[in-house]
Write a protein that binds this ligand. Structure first.
Ligand SMILES: [Mg+2]
Ligand SMILES: [Zn+2]
Length: 243
């Protein structure tokens, strides 16, 4: 049954200053609760998931000596256990939303065409694992981009929370009941700023502790693997309704 849970003026109040004022019909639909009449809160629970290092493995480029995103489809491989972990999170009643910084095009490491091929491969691999993403948000900007078109100090690049707020508006998410999962402290910061709970996937070390201290980026939980992160996320929603 269709039912409006939020009036337009309340919807306007949900939009914070950093969110684009332009709203989309499907965003309204989500926030008004039409999509999820079985949910008790204003919005749905979601797992906001970083891509590189959580869904797929990072790549080491020995020549410049940096760990970075895959820039070819061939380099894109799923993290072991990621399919199963994401499936578990879905079945615990969470929407799955990818939120990923992808400055590789701005830095001329790849073209938009390569990015799309990589994305298509991700879709194929996730489909084979029976994982369905409810949304994908990418920030293609970089403040020092070589390509002028992407040179911007935007509000979407994590550690800023723009992509999470966009997802909340578009998909009708309750960020306070949602969780950000990432392998970087920029993910923790973006999650905290959006009012989500945060799970950092990392190995514990003194170096990590110093970095968390320095950035004020203390996650709610640290998991050693994506699999372990799924277990933590499941335990946050023991009463989860079925999707
Ligand atoms: Mg990452
Ligand atoms: Zn951006």
């Amino acid at each position: 049954m269709k039912q409006r849970k939020t009036k337009p003026d309340e919807f306007a109040a949900l939009l914070s200053g950093s969110v684009r004022a332009k709203s989309r019909p499907e965003g309204l639909k989500g926030i008004w609760g039409v999509d999820h009449p079985h949910e008790t809160g204003v919005g749905s629970r979601a797992a906001l998931v970083d891509r590189d290092g959580i869904v797929n493995e990072m790549v080491y480029y020995p020549d410049p000596g940096v760990v970075d995103s895959p820039f070819t489809p061939r380099q894109f491989v799923l993290v072991e256990g990621a399919g199963e972990a994401l499936r578990e999170i879905m079945s615990a009643g969470y929407k799955l939303v990818l939120v990923s910084n992808q400055p590789g095009i701005a830095k001329k490491h790849m073209t938009m065409a390569s990015f799309k091929k990589i994305q298509a491969k991700m879709h194929r691999l996730l489909k084979a694992e029976h994982v369905r993403l409810d949304g994908e948000y990418y920030c293609f900007h970089h403040p020092q981009a070589r390509l002028a078109a992407y040179r911007a100090d935007c509000s979407c690049r994590k550690p800023k929370q723009g992509m999470l707020l966009d997802a909340a508006r578009d998909l009708g998410l309750d960020l306070a009941r949602s969780v950000m999962i990432g392998d970087g402290l920029q993910d923790v910061l973006a999650g905290k700023r959006a009012g989500c709970r945060t799970v950092l996937v990392a190995n514990l070390s003194g170096m990590l502790n110093d970095k968390m201290e320095e950035l004020g980026a203390r996650p709610d939980y640290v998991a050693r693997s994506v699999r372990e992160a799924a277990g933590i996320v499941k335990s946050m929603a023991p009463e989860a309704p079925s999707r």
